[in-house]
Design a protein around this ligand. Structure first.
Ligand code: SF4
Length: 221
C-alpha cells in the first residue's frame, strides 16, 4: 500500500483556546477519517491513522492513539511501542499479519516541548467521539477476541469510562459476543521508571497475547 508522506504540523492550538478553535461537529457521520470533525483532534494531527491488518481477523488489538511516528506514517504501531509489540507478539507465537491493529482514537493528540511533539492522553469526550470509528472496525473485522492495550483502550472497547485496567489485567471479560483481554500499553513497558516494572509489564503483555491466541483457537473449533 502506498504511503503518502506529509509534514508534521507544529503549531497546535492550546486546549481551551477560542480564537483558532477548530471546526467540530459531534454528530457528524463522516465517510473518511480525514473528513472527520467529530472532535477537535483532527486540527493538529498530520492525518487520521486507521487500523491495519487483514479484513477479517480472529484477534484485534486496540491501543490508545497514534504516536508521533504513526501520525507521520499514517500507520498504527510503527514507532518504538510498535517494535516492542512486535517482540511480544513473536514471543507469544502470534503473527502480526494475522492480527488487526488499531487505536481507540485515530488522530494524534500532542503538546509541544521545544521542537518535540509530546503525547497527550485523549479526553474521554474524544474517546467517545472516536468510538464511531472503532465500532465500525469491530464490526468489519469481526474479531472474537479483543486485546485492549492500556486503560484508554479498555474504556473504549467496553464503552465504560469507569473500567479500571488494574482490576482487569489477567482476566477475560465477556462483552456482548466478544472476549476482551486487557493488558498494559506497550509504551508503559517501554517507559515505566524502573526495570522491574518494565519487565513485569512486558511479561503481562506477552501473557495477554498468549491468552488471546488460545481464546481465538478455541473459538475457531
Ligand atoms: S480523533 Fe476520531 S473523532 Fe476525533 S476527529 Fe479524529 S477521527 Fe474524528
Amino acid at each position: 500500500m502506498a504511503t503518502t508522506r506529509r509534514t508534521a504540523k507544529s503549531t497546535p492550538a492550546a486546549e481551551g483556546e477560542t480564537a483558532a478553535s477548530p471546526e467540530v461537529h459531534p454528530d457528524q457521520q463522516p465517510a473518511t477519517l480525514d473528513a472527520c470533525r467529530r472532535c477537535a483532534l483532527w486540527a493538529n494531527a498530520t492525518q487520521g491513522v486507521p487500523g491495519a491488518g487483514p479484513k477479517r481477523a480472529p484477534i484485534m488489538m486496540v491501543g490508545e492513539q497514534p504516536g508521533d511516528k504513526e501520525d507521520l506514517a499514517g500507520l498504527p504501531f510503527v514507532g518504538p511501542a510498535g517494535a516492542l509489540l512486535d517482540d511480544a507478539l513473536a514471543e507469544a507465537g502470534v503473527a502480526r499479519k494475522e492480527v488487526y491493529v488499531t487505536n481507540a482514537v485515530k488522530h494524534f493528540k500532542w503538546t509541544p516541548r521545544g521542537k518535540r511533539r509530546m503525547h497527550k492522553t485523549p479526553a474521554q469526550r474524544e474517546v467517545d467521539a472516536c468510538h464511531y470509528w472503532l465500532e465500525r472496525e469491530l464490526e468489519n473485522v469481526g474479531a472474537h477476541v479483543i486485546v485492549a492495550l492500556g486503560a484508554t483502550a479498555l474504556k473504549a472497547v467496553l464503552e465504560d469510562p469507569k473500567s479500571r485496567l488494574q482490576d482487569s489485567i489477567g482476566t477475560v471479560i465477556e462483552h456482548g459476543d466478544r472476549l476482551v483481554v486487557a493488558t498494559y500499553h506497550p509504551s508503559f513497558a517501554l517507559r515505566a521508571p524502573d526495570p522491574e516494572t518494565r519487565q513485569r509489564a512486558y511479561a503481562a503483555i506477552v501473557a495477554a497475547l498468549q491468552d488471546a491466541k488460545k481464546l481465538a483457537q478455541r473459538h475457531k473449533k
